[in-house]
Design a protein around this ligand. Structure first.
Ligand code: ADP
Ligand code: MG
Length: 611
């Protein structure tokens, strides 16, 4: 899984081709290539924000424009040198990127698309009408960038400048994607709610995604200003935004190389079809629609789809073989077993919590205390408020009334990521694994406990990111091994049997090293043998000193595993005590089991099948 060893031969070949390319091109072709590289840079930025982070950004061409226009204005109006103007151009573009990213804090998907498109339109309007931007005529007379006496007015020489900048930008993008920031961005794309509950600061990550995209846009704009030395509104028009979108969708938005392929390919096709511009636009539109329908992962995604289809049978055999091997967690040696915070009060204290959804009261004056090191069961009929209680405890819902305290925090005021970083972990009733990431990556997302603010390391000290990466990978190996998941490390969760997915969710929750673990119906959908494994896993987790709260329908499991059980009915606690006490409470028998007697407690009350 080393980041650096990936295909060195291919990289060497790319370097040789990049170096030799201009020798085979005439003056016009090298111009086209210079333009293609600029679009490729823009497309990589789009790939990062849309494909990797899942944020719809239709303002990329405005970022491009801000970079180009800032450089143009500062060099021609204000008399700055080209490179000073360029640095100010990047800073300005990044600030604009943050501004454009602000709506992403409030809205997602097509709403975000519409807002960013509106901002891009506003930008084009502004440059077309403002005096400082030269209106529709644009700005000419941008100086040739000076560079160590190299004549950058020569488009062959300019090519080498561009290709070096581009190589650095692409390598940086790949570095981001494969390390902790990229994993968090992808986790956010796959399931923002789960990512938040696993410690990812969603608002900051969204802003970071726009910051990345705008930086690439700004760099592209500066290169454009230096190459053409003239800027005018039509370059930053919506038709170019659409072209860029087509590049990213056709090439494959989740792969940076795919974005580059799409960008270079479409620039070349556009040149070939320059006499048929109207039909070309129509053609791109049709191809984009076909891609979205038949190959949503773009050209870059096609090899993987083929590979997956071919290996599906073989993979399922692997899985079956691994499944047959009995998995049981190793018992924790007594000297390693610890009780976290055993003498620092309750692990979880819920007092008089009420949660209303409009007229519906899902939780009604719930009070319960869980002691450190306890395994607490929460049972109750479907719709009795169990999951809502977990959502309140994990910070997803604010209680309408009452207080919750745990992991050393006032939970009513904390955000899910803060609770996760403070030592709370949970699983979800309906499984919320990051579906486009491997099992190993799912775990790595949670292993990383750093704050998002530490992304400055990427810009200033990438070596720090890399050494941290080695530590995380080693820890991931340990967790995978501990939960018997090594054989599935590189598989995508949805290709695995349900029981294994449940186990991955527990392993992922435990990767954060929590002191309090919430399990929402972990046995739902498991077979008998897997329920046995689950029981052993939960015990071994408790033996590590973790407090476990478990919602479960499988009464056999709850009765055998939990020291105390809390029974909810219609949002109210109707009983609490040891399994024997609870099973003998008349209210419980009535509310939960109809009029059957305790002797008839079914071993397996049908689990909710609300997948
Ligand atoms: P359980 O997990 O015990 O089966 P839930 O906590 O999921 O029950 O649901 C309790 C009640 O609250 C149900 O009536 C459910 O429809 C309602 N409920 C849960 N979440 C929401 C929500 N986000 N908005 C409105 N109603 C909700
Ligand atoms: Mg539930």
């Amino acid at each position: 899984m080393s980041i650096l060893k990936s295909k060195p031969a291919l990289i060497l070949l790319a370097c040789v081709v990049a170096y030799a390319l201009p020798y085979g091109l005439n003056g016009y072709s090298i111009h086209v290539v210079d333009i293609a590289i600029i679009f490729a840079l823009l497309a990589v930025g789009m790939g990062l924000v849309m494909g990797v982070a899942g944020q719809i950004n239709l303002a990329q061409v405005a970022f491009f424009g801000v970079g180009a226009y800032t450089t143009a204005i500062l060099t021609t109006h204000s008399g700055y040198g080209f490179w000073t103007a360029a640095i100010l151009g990047i800073v300005t573009t990044m600030l604009v990127g943050l501004l454009v990213g602000l709506p992403a804090l409030r809205m997602q998907s097509h709403y975000l698309g519409i807002v960013t498109l509106g901002l891009a339109l506003g930008f084009v309007n502004w440059i077309t009408n403002a005096k400082i931007t030269g209106g529709a005529d644009g700005i000419s007379g941008i100086p040739v960038p000076p560079l160590l006496g190299i004549d950058l007015a020569d488009e062959y020489m300019y090519y080498y400048l561009e290709i070096v900048v581009f190589a650095i930008a692409l390598a940086f993008g790949a570095f981001v994607v494969r390390t902790r920031l990229g994993r968090r961005l992808r986790a956010m794309r796959d399931d923002a709610l789960a990512a938040g509950a696993m410690g990812a600061e969603i608002p900051l990550l969204r802003m970071t995604a726009f910051l990345l995209a705008s930086t690439y846009g700004g760099v592209a704009g500066i290169l454009y200003a230096g190459l053409i030395r003239y800027v005018a509104p039509e370059t930053f028009s919506l038709s170019n935004m659409f072209l860029l979108l087509a590049m990213v969708i056709i090439g494959g938005r989740r792969s940076l190389v795919g974005c580059v392929v799409g960008a270079v390919g479409l620039v070349l096709i556009r040149e070939a079809l320059v006499d048929f511009a109207v039909y070309a636009q129509l053609g791109y539109g049709i191809v984009v629609v076909l891609m979205v329908v038949f190959a949503p992962t773009g050209i870059a995604g096609i090899p993987e789809r083929i590979r997956e289809a071919i290996s599906r049978r073989r993979k399922s055999e692997d899985v079956r073989a691994a499944e047959l091997g009995p998995y049981l967690p190793e018992a924790i040696p007594a000297d390693q077993a610890s009780r976290k915070g055993a003498d620092s009060g309750p692990a979880l204290e819920i007092s008089h919590v009420t949660k209303r959804f409009g007229a519906l009261t899902a939780l009604n004056d719930v009070t319960l205390t869980v002691e450190p090191g306890e395994i607490r069961g929460i049972v109750g009929p479907n719709g009795s408020g169990k999951t809502t209680l977990f959502n309140v405890i994990s910070g997803l819902y604010r209680p309408s009334e009452g207080q919750v305290a745990g992991v050393g925090r006032d939970i009513g005021r904390a955000r899910p990521y803060q609770l996760s970083l403070a030592g709370m972990a949970r699983t979800f009733q309906n499984l919320r694994l990051f579906s486009q990431m491997t099992v190993r990556e799912n775990i790595l997302v949670v292993l990383d406990r750093s704050r998002t603010t530490t992304v400055w390391q990427y810009a200033v000290w990438p070596v720090g990111v890399l050494s941290n990466e080695h530590r995380l990978q080693a820890k991931a190996d340990r967790i995978l091994n501990e939960y018997g998941l090594t054989a599935f490390a590189d598989a995508h969760p949805q290709s695995l049997p349900y029981g294994i997915q449940r186990r991955i969710e527990i392993a992922r929750a435990m990767a954060g090293g929590p002191s309090l673990l919430l399990l929402d119906e972990p046995a739902a959908g498991l077979n008998g043998e897997e329920v046995g494994q689950l029981s052993a896993i939960v015990r071994s987790i408790r033996d590590q000193g973790v407090t476990v709260v478990l919602i479960e329908h499988n009464m056999g499991l709850v009765m055998s595993l939990c020291e105390r059980i809390t029974v909810l009915a219609a949002g109210t606690v109707i009983a609490e005590g040891t399994p024997a006490e609870v099973a003998a409470t008349p209210e419980v028998i009535e509310a939960y089991l109809g009029d059957s007697t305790p002797d008839d407690i079914p071993v397996h009350v049908a689990p909710e099948v609300s997948r």
